[in-house]
Write a protein that binds this ligand. Structure first.
Ligand SMILES: Cc1ncc(COP(=O)(O)O)c(C=O)c1O
Length: 397
């Protein structure tokens, strides 16, 4: 065989990578660099002693089932059901799937719903960690803008109307109505009601990603979309990552029984963690999770306030920074003509990093904005990081 025709290993996989973005990058020891980029939890807040106690209890009392193959612990399924009821969402155990993080549910969605070429509606900006799965399955992504109050429901309605005229029915709408990643926005009640009405009218599933819904800093948010529709048009995706610990990789989907069953049947490795589901349930018992969430709200509120106060001191006044009422993120909009990518390059020279807006759009927009996370780094680094970005701004004018 001539040398030039020797097959290469690379040819076996190169084509499949086209629809994916870069692999997840984890923070390394980056010297003096302050990272306001990562939406990680505050490490000081992990309830390690209580988790240790819950782990010991499970091992002492339930090791035979917890450590063997088996289903997710029914007690945790019931706990999710109870939490749904507390939000006003009717649910029974058959409406809940426990998964390895909400990311696993988001990855399963296209398995159940998407054939190559199918339409999926996403927000702009959005959490691309989810949207990349839809793209990889060959979905045609259509973007509806998010304004200061979340998804622009008028724009969604005209998109749905146009698609219907062409005889097209999107498979689902992926939305983060409560303390949005990255924009921090909160969808008001009236928009929520219209959104679920539109879903029903046009026959499109709404996937409500509620990753940050519990982390409100002032008032509780309006009812979840899943509480506003009881006919199965809303599938809620939730997670213990933001209210307990991301490293547990524990999340859920709650929705129509048949959809939950389909998701389960594509979860080919089987049920999630007999062991960890017991530990999480044991930890959450006796109101412990509720108390912990209260502490998290106070801790993250303090960080948000610190970041906003530093921004008010250190940055040009024409950078628009709405106050997020919950969640992990501040979203900054630049004055006309300024580029977030260029600001990032300048900021890195000053020893601070963040995520430019282009990372949050499926349609290439976003260089006029950027995301800062206040959840992860200690207080002093929040203040220093904002001051360093302020210095970067001053070199650009
Ligand atoms: C909006 C949103 N959804 C889902 C996730 C994934 O969370 P999990 O840890 O449950 O996979 C994240 C994580 O950052 C997120 O921001």
């Amino acid at each position: 065989m001539p040398v030039s025709s020797v097959p290469t290993l690379h040819e076996l996989y190169a084509g499949r990578a086209k629809t994916l973005g870069p692999a997840q990058i984890w923070p390394e020891h980056e010297g003096d660099l302050i990272t306001l980029a990562y939406g990680f939890a505050a490490p000081e807040m992990f309830p390690t002693d209580d988790l240790l106690a819950a782990t010991a209890e499970v091992l002492a009392e339930d090791a035979a089932e917890g450590l063997n193959y088996g289903p997710s612990y029914p007690g945790l399924v019931q706990l999710v059901v109870d939490r749904m009821h507390a939000q006003g969402t009717p649910a029974e155990p058959g409406n809940v799937l426990i998964a390895y993080g909400s990311s696993q549910v988001l990855a399963l969605l296209p398995e159940v719903f998407v054939e190559p070429g199918d339409t999926v509606i996403v927000e702009g900006p959005t959490f691309m960690g989810a949207v990349r799965h839809f793209a990889a399955a060959g979905a045609k992504l259509l973007t509806v803008n998010v304004d200061d109050h979340g998804l622009d429901v008028d724009a969604l309605e005209s998109m749905l109307r146009d698609l219907a005229k062409q005889g097209k029915r999107p498979k689902f709408i992926y939305t983060i109505p409560t303390f949005h990643n990255p924009s921090g926005t909160l969808l008001p009640l009236e928009r929520r009601q219209r959104l679920v009405e539109l879903a029903k009218e046009y026959g499109v599933l709404v996937v409500e990603d509620d990753a940050y819904g519990e982390l409100y800093f002032e008032n509780p948010p309006p009812p979840r979309l899943s509480a506003l529709n009881h006919d199965g048009w809303v599938l809620q995706v939730g997670t213990f990552s933001k209210i307990l610990a991301p490293g547990l990789r524990m999340g859920w989907a709650c929705g129509n029984h048949e959809i939950i069953q389909r998701l389960h049947s594509f979860k080919l490795e089987g049920s999630s963690g007999p062991y960890l589901t017991r530990v999480v349930e044991r930890y959450c018992a006796d109101g412990r999770l509720a108390r912990h969430i209260e502490e998290l709200r106070a801790a993250y509120r303090e960080r948000r306030d610190l970041m906003l106060a530093a921004i008010a001191r250190e940055w040009p006044k024409d950078v628009m920074v709405p106050k997020p009422e919950g969640g992990f993120f501040v979203w900054a909009r630049l004055p006309k003509g300024m580029s977030a990518t260029k600001l990032l390059a300048e900021s890195e020279k000053h020893g601070v990093t963040f995520v430019p807006g282009t990372h949050f759009y499926a349609n290439g927009q976003g260089d006029d904005a950027f995301r800062l996370s206040f959840s992860f780094v200690p207080h002093q680094q929040i203040e220093d990081g904002i001051a360093r970005i302020g210095a970067a701004f001053r070199t650009m004018v």
